[in-house]
Design a protein around this ligand. Sequence first.
Ligand code: TRP
Length: 453
Amino acid sequence: MQARGNWSSKFGFVMAAAGSAIGLGNIWKFPYVAGANGGGGFLLIYLAIVATIGFSVLMAELVIGRSTQRNPVGAIKRLQGGKWWPLIGYAGIITAFVILSYYVVVAGWTLAYIFKSASGLLATTDDKALGGMFTGFISDPVEPVLWAGAFTALTVFVVIGGVNQGLERSSRILMPALFGLVVILCIRSLTLPGAGAGWDFFTTPDWSKVTFQTVIDALGQAFFSLSLGMGTIITYGSYLSRDTDVVESGFTVVSLDTLIAVMAGVMILPAVFAFGLDPAAGPGLTFITLPHVFAQMTGGVFFGPLFFVLLAIAALTSAVSLLEVVTAYFVDELGWKRKTCTIWAGVVAFLLCIPSSLSLGVWSDATLFGKGFLDIMDFLATNLMLPIGGMAISLFVGWVVPKEMMDDFCSGNPKLGNLAKVWLFFVRIVSPLAIFVVLLNGLPFVAPYLPWN
Ligand code: TRP
């Protein structure tokens, strides 16, 4: 147990968990998913999901991790999960690879954009040219793959460093810096002429655009953004000493993550409307809109590269948390050396990212249900594996080990008894049921066959 390492303080844990949560999901994905789903309605549904299902599942993962001090597979085994429940842990390892397969690709783009923006290549307000450069870059068969490889290598390097040196230290200083820069960019975006329409789009719900598809996108986005449903928070919670107040830590992580996502929306969407771009344009939204903002902003030559540096680091602390789930399993359960298994996992992640990247260019014709490899991986993880994982974790905590987990929820603070009862009601019934209903109605290959549709 000694050798496992612990966070040096509660603050260290909160920063590391927030570092896992805050990443491309907030800054790249949230604005374009909100944009594609009509804006305001999506935002409200997203916030409602985060406050209920999101928070309760996050707490479930935290208490499993902290009470057992184990990786997800070992944790559930130790809690008498029998034969079947540990599958949650194994599924989490697979999900980690599914997400990494495209996460490192997009993270590689941010690395490349550091250099592109520093070289002045992107210093134009011509959106057609910016769009063309983005599309040309991501569809190249070689360059983005190399950047993804470089990013994967960085991730492996940090994970090998271990909990205290690697994970914690990298999160403490850079997260606040990213926050400050996002605030500046929000102000710049909101003060652009014509930004008002984007603000209205993002804050005023248009319910005619909301369907079950919107709800499932919001649910998946909430799980993705909060790093839920695959054991990341179990793993991070396992490095937390047993006497810290988990409720306060969990609340802080959820709030910070949500704040950054909403701010990213305010940073991107008003600018999109000010420039007359399409909010439903998809994954390129951030990479096309922001260079335009930098190009016409005082100090843009400086802020541009700085922004992409900080975004790459935010992505790094998230990718590290994905890889850490794999590493913790091999180290704890199979007794591998930290270095060996992390390098192997990195090699596998890199191999998987190649088809993702190529699916945006030379392999764009290879599709299944109209989706390329990258889109399929994202759909599988976000809309399927994470919600199902979250549902299983909820049911496990709520029905298999409720007593132990309630005690752990309150440990260190007996005043939490009533809150623990509300939480138990959520993990037992509300969250699993809500996830089930949303999955059933929101999945394109199930919904049409339901009797009420
Ligand atoms: N939450 C991260 C982001 O928003 C991505 C991430 C890290 C993640 N670990 C995860 C997503 C575990 C799902 C599960 O960028």
